[in-house]
Ligand binder design. Structure first.
Ligand SMILES: Cc1ncc(COP(=O)(O)O)c(C=O)c1O
Length: 485
């Protein structure tokens, strides 16, 4: 057989390669709980080093065994299943979803229309309606799955605009300056979505935050009246159910009451924290979410699925059809009918991944209980980590964590704290044993930990604090430590 293409489809080769890959991945997972010192969370290399490595690799002779390549990729990648991975809000994917994701790649359903995603489009309805119930909505609520919280938030704001204006049809001609009210701590994708929608900087009204980094809802009235006096039309108020930097939950009840008073679209960005709905212990943090017109929830953050998979839920399922009205006769015959099974009608995307299967597989195998357990474990670990920080006189805890995001900094020095903490984080990164990140709170740099890995234990947190102090003392005692402090 001479054809490269024909050879590439030989099923027996796939079988062998697949078995070998599963073995490799299972070895990696088996090691995930290991305490071995040499196991790194991140094999740090600068972007230039990384680029030069892969440029060279690309010019090498072809590989006959993909495993060689995959091992190389793993050795150069951050490893989210490691117990000392404590960085951004990326989940250590549940092993069974690695299988469902591979299976999804094989099926490669197009999803935009029913025929091209008969199961996938149906699962999206089942899953989003189940999540809606968990959030406390009535049976009228429904939604779909889209690729990421950023796209989910943009789509929700487009729905808010479609309800308030006719811009989708008639454009911005002679229109009012539109605006949204949002916490200063909202994820940058909200700002980006508003700008994509043509609202400009003047259209993003940032409401100040309190000491717990929650929106100061008592200021909503003042900011709203100010916007009106400047001739703006507010189309939405957006609450955070778990802000990115600090994991703070806004007072959603207060935002709901305010939105109701002025008949404004109430959207909740629950990309990170809305899975708290599965925990009777933490659900109260989101009281009022059931009054939101729309909610975004990332399955790929705290619900353990591979990226990307985001539920966008509408309180009145029919609202989802207001966002886009377009003719696509090769896909569906009538835009005006509410056909949940033709995914492209409500989603920004045409072809998209059947990521619903990853979520559905977890539910069918483990039920709601696994999400309850995950949330409670992660939030519980964060509380005990915060206690350890408070007990250490060299460290300062930025706030009492409401969920699994903890910010702190080393303070036992007279020198510039932001610079010292930046240097600590850089040294940790270059060493690679721990992966943590940083954020800026009230203009000061803090170290930031997201407890995403249910396999992490108190020991890792204890060791992290020792490492932070060691780095700090090294930095303070040496002049030349690679980072300018
Ligand atoms: C609160 C919040 N909203 C939205 C996003 C963006 O979500 P995605 O990365 O899925 O686009 C994030 C990402 O961290 C987030 O934390």
């Amino acid at each position: 057989m001479d054809s490269i293409l024909d050879k590439a489809y030989i099923a027996e080769n796939f079988r062998k390669q697949g078995h070998a890959l599963i073995d490799m991945m299972a070895d990696y997972l088996a090691e995930a709980t290991s305490d071995k010192e040499e196991i790194q969370a991140i094999p740090w290399q600068s972007p230039e080093e990384q680029l030069s490595y892969w440029q060279q690799d690309f010019s090498k002779p072809k590989v006959s065994d993909p495993l060689e390549l995959f091992k190389d990729v793993m050795d150069h990648s951050i490893q989210v299943h490691r117990k000392r991975y404590l960085g951004h809000q990326t989940t250590p994917t549940l092993p069974v979803t690695v299988l469902s994701a591979a299976f999804t790649a094989l099926l490669n359903q197009g999803m935009g229309v029913y025929e091209m995603g008969m199961v996938g489009n149906t699962l999206e309805k089942v899953l989003t309606e189940h999540l809606a119930q968990k959030l406390g909505y009535s049976k009228e609520a429904s939604g779909f799955i889209t690729s990421g919280g950023s796209l989910g938030n943009l789509t929700a704001l487009l729905a808010a605009r479609a309800v308030a204006t006719d811009i989708w049809q008639s454009g911005y001609e002679n229109g009012k300056q539109l605006a949204v009210l949002v916490s200063e701590e909202a994820h940058y994708c909200i700002d980006r979505a508003a700008r994509i929608m043509g609202l400009g900087a003047a259209g993003i009204i940032k409401v100040p935050i309190n000491a717990r980094f929650q929106m100061r809802t008592e200021l909503l009235e003042e900011y709203y009246q100010q916007a009106l006096s400047e001739g703006k039309q507010v189309i939405s108020v957006i609450g955070c159910a778990g802000s990115t930097s600090t994991g703070s939950y806004d007072d959603l009840k207060a935002i709901a009451a305010f939105s109701k008073k002025y008949n404004l679209w109430f959207h909740v960005d629950g990309a990170h924290g809305a899975p708290a709905a599965f925990s009777p212990t933490y659900k109260h943090l989101m009281a009022g979410i059931e009054e939101a017109d729309s909610v975004v929830v990332d399955y790929h953050k705290m619900m353990m699925t591979p990226s990307l998979s985001t539920a966008l839920i509408f309180k009145r399922g029919g609202d989802a059809y207001k966002t886009f009205s377009q003719r696509a006769q090769y896909l569906w015959t009538d835009q005006n009918t509410e056909e949940w099974y033709n995914g492209g009608k409500r989603s920004f995307e045409c072809t998209k991944a059947m990521s619903a299967l990853n979520v559905y597989t977890i539910f069918r195998m483990y039920g709601d209980g696994i999400f309850k357990e995950n949330i409670e474990r992660l939030y519980g670990l964060a509380v005990s980590f915060a206690e350890k920080i408070k007990a250490n006189k060299s460290l300062d805890l930025a706030y009492e964590p409401q969920c699994n995001i903890v910010c702190f900094r080393f303070t036992a020095t007279e020198r510039d704290l932001s610079k010292i903490n930046l240097a600590i984080r850089q040294q940790l990164l270059e060493e690679g044993r721990f992966y943590i990140v940083q954020t800026v709170l009230n203009g000061e740099l803090y170290l930031r930990v997201s407890v995403m890995n249910p396999l992490s234990t108190e020991q890792e947190f204890q060791e992290l604090l020792i490492a932070v102090e060691e780095k700090a003392h090294l930095i303070l005692s040496a002049k030349d430590v690679g980072v300018d402090v």
